[in-house]
Design a protein around this ligand. Structure first.
Ligand code: ZN
Length: 171
């Protein structure tokens, strides 16, 4: 990136010493290592280079599926958005009102143990539909081994990921 997309000024890059707090993900606990921050010397606009964003989000989703605690509202919302589902449509699928989905996502209402497993299961189905899981039996294995270990406390779950496009693209 040589030129600023806003003003055409010269961009300078740097790699921050601390991991980048990726709040743009909508999650509170995601930190990315090795990002490049581009700053315009003229208008001071900053852009963060994340490489393969869909691949990065797929990695985050995979870690959330393995999370050993019940999902928080923002983690639930992250999985819903990854599936490109509207809150209204997800509510219909889960047999609840859109208000309930909204209250889960804002954290006003706790996501129950069963609904936590349901959203993870739906995401598995979505991965199958996307052709990312070719062996459906692997889902049953994961359900059998992972689901019983999920604790009912909605505990924070820090995610730290290196930003390496080639890594993300390998998924
Ligand atoms: Zn600029």
């Amino acid at each position: 990136m040589e030129r600023c997309p806003t003003c055409g000024g010269k961009m300078q890059d740097r790699t921050p010493a601390k991991p980048y707090h990726y709040t743009e993900s909508g999650l509170k606990n995601v930190y990315l290592e090795g990002v490049t921050i581009w700053r315009c010397s003229a208008c001071e606009e900053e852009l963060i280079e994340l490489g393969n964003v869909p691949g990065l989000h797929a990695q985050i989703a995979e870690l959330l599926l393995q999370k050993p605690f019940i999902l928080t509202g923002s983690e639930f919302r992250f999985l819903r958005k990854e599936m490109r589902m509207k809150a209204k449509d997800l509510a219909t699928v889960l047999g609840v009102t859109p208000t309930t989905v909204s209250r889960w996502e804002t954290g006003e209402e706790r996501l129950g143990v069963a609904n936590d497993r349901l959203i993870r299961s739906l995401y598995f189905f979505w991965l199958v539909e996307q052709g990312k899981i070719v062996d459906p039996k692997s889902i049953l294995d994961r359900v059998a081994t992972q689901f019983p270990t999920i604790k009912a406390t909605p505990k924070a779950f820090p995610i730290r990921l290196p930003v390496k496009p080639e890594l993300a693209a390998a998924r």
